[in-house]
Design a protein around this ligand. Structure first.
Ligand code: ZN
Length: 424
């Protein structure tokens, strides 16, 4: 039997060879594959469209690229890995000695066997990325240099998948889809988002969950620009990035720092006993930067395993499918599911019988606990909910102050609500 982790890993492996960028057919091909798992609404936004302070750039597509020696042997070949080309390279067809080519070559001298990931989105440039070891072995040339790419008016592509909830208020889950052959950053994030969407759709969640698959920065900015009227309804959000390496989980708080999503993630991570880190917001990293910009100031945090830039494989050819594990992705998925289960049930209640303790036995609330092994705890949870429900504290506050599991507190509250003793 295949585990969800293995299925997510298979999706990562399928997406890995596609040459993604901030625009172009690689993004479309990626969304086509994702669309086989969850239905997507794909949006195409024309080049030149003003989006907040930015403009949708020309669309980039690439068919082939190589550096070949005098015998025609390709010493650097896009066909072997999309990382070999500087992202958004303008076309080139020339012959030149190594001395001239060098200015267009990118390597990692400190990690000489790895190929770096480099882009030049907003400055017209061409280049190749290769390992330092490959470069060191190259004779003086001449070399045939060819990049068969086009930069032309076209579109920026992004997609959404919605899991309808009981209310129109929304939770957004955002993953960037612009990196080429890099598995953890961010194919693992895409895979976890896809399986999270499928898991949420098994029931009817309280909130409406909107999954956004968009290129980094410009894609999130485009989404925000085109969803001005929706922003009011976005109550919470989570950016999923670097979701599959074997390191511990890291939650990065929203800019607000005390948003409900921040408290929920902290609660879930702390009570789960998992090793984890919680870090404050900083205006670098992924698209939480855009969602948390002061004009929007959304309660959007970011969940990663090893964070942005925090591992030696980051933005190199070593971030390959072997670098991400089925178990790690499954663990990230489990935390997302637990967090959203808490978020979905977290409410503020008002005690409708606040003068003295209401008589629980008369309302059958003790009997309902009779057969439960945790009857004592469940009864305690009812008393805590009644005691703290003055419209101020949420159920999460009750769970934290009482030290009781959130699930026990929420179940107690739901029983009290059904008995007419509290109301949301
Ligand atoms: Zn990245």
């Amino acid at each position: 039997m295949t585990t969800p982790g293995e299925e997510m890993h298979a999706l990562v492996e399928r997406l890995y060879p596609l040459c993604r960028s901030i625009t172009g057919d690689g993004v479309r091909a990626t969304l086509d594959v994702v669309g086989e798992y969850v239905p997507l609404r794909v949006h195409e936004v024309p080049t030149g469209t003003r989006v907040l302070d930015w403009t949708v750039p020309q669309e980039w597509n690439i068919r082939d690229a190589y550096v070949a020696d005098a015998t025609g042997r390709r010493v650097v070949d896009f066909a072997a890995s999309s990382l070999h080309v500087l992202g958004y390279s303008v076309p080139v067809a020339a012959t030149m000695p190594l001395s001239e080519l060098r200015g267009h070559l990118h390597t990692l001298p400190d990690q000489p066997d790895l190929v770096p990931y480099r882009t030049s989105y907003y400055t017209p440039e061409w280049g190749f990325c290769l390992s330092q070891n490959t470069l060191d072995a190259l004779p003086d040339g001449p070399y045939e240099v060819r990049i068969d790419s086009t930069l032309a008016d076209g579109h920026l592509t992004y997609a959404e998948h919605v899991v309808p909830g009981r209310v129109a208020d929304e939770v957004i889950v955002s993953s960037h889809v612009c990196h080429p052959a890099l598995a953890n950053d961010n194919l693992a994030g895409i895979a976890v988002a896809v399986f999270l969407a499928r898991a949420l759709a098994e029931g009817t969640p309280h909130y409406t969950y909107r999954f956004v698959f968009a290129p980094g920065t410009i894609g999130a900015i485009t989404w925000l620009a085109r969803n001005a009227e929706r922003i009011e309804r976005v109550k919470h959000g989570l950016v999923l990035a670097c979701a599959g390496d074997r390191g511990r989980l890291t939650y990065k708080r929203s800019r607000r720092g005390d948003a409900e999503i921040d408290r929920v993630l902290r609660h879930v991570l702390e009570t789960s006993g998992r090793p984890h880190g919680i870090v404050d917001f900083a205006p670098y990293g992924y698209d939480e930067r855009q969602y948390c910009s002061p004009g929007f100031d959304l309660g959007v945090g970011s969940l990663s395993r090893t964070p942005y830039g925090g591992y030696p494989e980051y933005h190199t050819s070593a971030d390959d499918p072997d670098f991400v594990s089925p178990e790690a992705m499954e663990d990230t998925l489990a935390v997302c599911r637990e967090a959203f289960a808490v978020l979905d049930r977290n409410r503020r209640y008002v005690n409708l019988s606040p003068y003295g303790e209401p008589q629980l036995g008369r309302r059958g609330l003790y009997d309902s606990l009779g057969g439960r092994s945790d009857a004592k705890e469940a009864q305690l949870a009812m008393l805590w909910v009644l005691s703290l429900s003055d419209g101020g504290p949420s159920l999460l506050d009750v769970a934290e102050r009482s030290g009781l599991p959130f699930d026990t507190v929420a179940t107690a509250a739901e029983a009290l609500r059904d008995a007419g003793l509290i109301k949301a």
